[in-house]
Write a protein that binds this ligand. Structure first.
Ligand code: SF4
Length: 365
């Protein structure tokens, strides 16, 4: 994609996992071909920014040498698979991910739409329910494997052996309804095939930063890091990408003291999300990240502020507690409990007026 700072090159990293050599390689390529800035996306992808369009082909060849390019575009398109970062080698999540990838490679996954995707989330309790996917592998409260369609409260009991065939059948069912997404088919009144009669369990929500049996979950402000930070993380172990714009460092127990790394789950910067805004994005109506940093400490704990450079709202596709949508340089609309393109509650606020709004909200009884 062409952006205000050059091409943005998005990598759908196989299994959402970078080996240390791959991560170091990507860091070097981001400096050589781009501006050394790397984004973590809310679909667990990586984005290299500022790539010179003239040198794009060279970058693709170098990424291929790192085994980060699929053999064909069709397989890459169907391999839209989000994976819990808490998997352990050989567990159901690991097994089902391998099976799904193989199915994508042999073109066995139905081509439903470009956004149609899968979540492999078969740990004791789901962690990806807040993240976009159409077909999910989860676990019931009793510990059995469940196949779930987005938007349905009930799942189908499956086994390792039947899981992927059942998922393929469910994707084919969505396509047969003439829908591009599973939730849309259900919303339009379609009834799932038989067998979807076992209750799903509620998910845990987005996990906090910290240490887990699989490794350490760490963040960078706005899900963006420089090449030096990626290299430093690579030196600690393989990296697992997440849709929460944070990274799990496999097996890490100690963390580097890097100014760009967030390791404290209470860091105020975790309460703000902001797209790149102006001047990085050509569509932006105003600046986002400097204002987000200035306001972060004013956002009450447990709430989220979204700074959006325009009404598209790329950084937060869902409603947030407060959204500030830039409408012109130095001017923002304020929207409560909705998306960036919703009708504003307050219009045309300056940064000073926004700061005053937060002060008054904090003083309110
Ligand atoms: S929300 Fe608008 S300004 Fe921000 S990245 Fe998306 S298109 Fe660009």
């Amino acid at each position: 994609m062409l952006s205000g700072d050059g091409l943005v090159v998005r990598l759908r990293v196989p299994q959402g996992r970078l080996t240390p050599a791959q991560a170091r390689g990507v860091a070097g390529l981001s400096q050589h071909y781009g501006n050394g800035v790397i984004d973590l996306s809310n679909r667990a992808n990586l984005q290299l920014r500022g790539v010179d369009p003239e040198r794009h082909e060279g970058l693709i060849d170098a990424l291929r040498a790192l085994a980060l390019i699929d053999v064909d575009e069709g397989a890459e398109r169907r391999r839209n698979i989000m994976i819990t970062p808490f998997l352990q080698a050989g567990d159901d999540t690991d097994f089902l991910t391998q099976q799904l990838i193989t199915a994508a490679e042999i073109h066995a996954l139905p081509d439903v739409s470009s956004k149609f995707g899968y979540a492999v989330d078969a740990g004791p309790q789901p962690v990806l329910q807040g993240d976009p996917a159409d077909i999910r592998f989860e676990r019931s409260a009793e510990g059995q494997l469940l196949l779930c369609a987005e938007g349905a409260a009930m799942g189908k009991l499956i086994s390792r052996d039947t899981a992927v065939a059942e998922a393929i059948a469910l994707a084919a069912w969505v396509r047969a309804q003439g829908a591009s997404r599973a939730a849309r088919a259900l919303k339009a009144g379609a009834t799932l095939p038989s067998g979807f009669d076992h209750p799903r369990q509620s998910g845990l929500g987005t996990p906090a930063l910290g240490h887990y049996p699989a490794g350490a979950l760490v963040a960078c402000a706005f899900g963006q890091m420089d090449a030096e930070t990626l290299t430093a993380l690579a030196n600690l172990g393989p990296l697992r990408l997440t849709p929460w714009r944070v990274v799990l460092i496999e097996g890490a127990t100690a963390l580097p003291d890097l100014p760009s790394l967030i390791t404290d789950a209470n860091d105020p910067l975790l309460r703000v999300v902001a797209c790149i805004g102006a001047p990085g994005c050509a569509q932006a109506r105003g600046e986002t990240r400097r204002l987000a940093r200035d306001l972060a400490a004013s956002v009450p704990q447990g709430q989220r502020l979204h700074l959006s450079g325009c009404a598209k709202g790329c950084a937060a596709p869902r409603a947030t507690d407060i959204t500030l949508t830039a409408t012109a340089p130095g001017q923002y609309d304020l929207i409560r409990n909705a998306r960036a393109d919703a009708a504003p509650d307050l219009r045309g606020l300056t940064p000073a007026a926004i700061a005053s709004y937060f002060r008054k909200s904090a003083d309110a009884p």
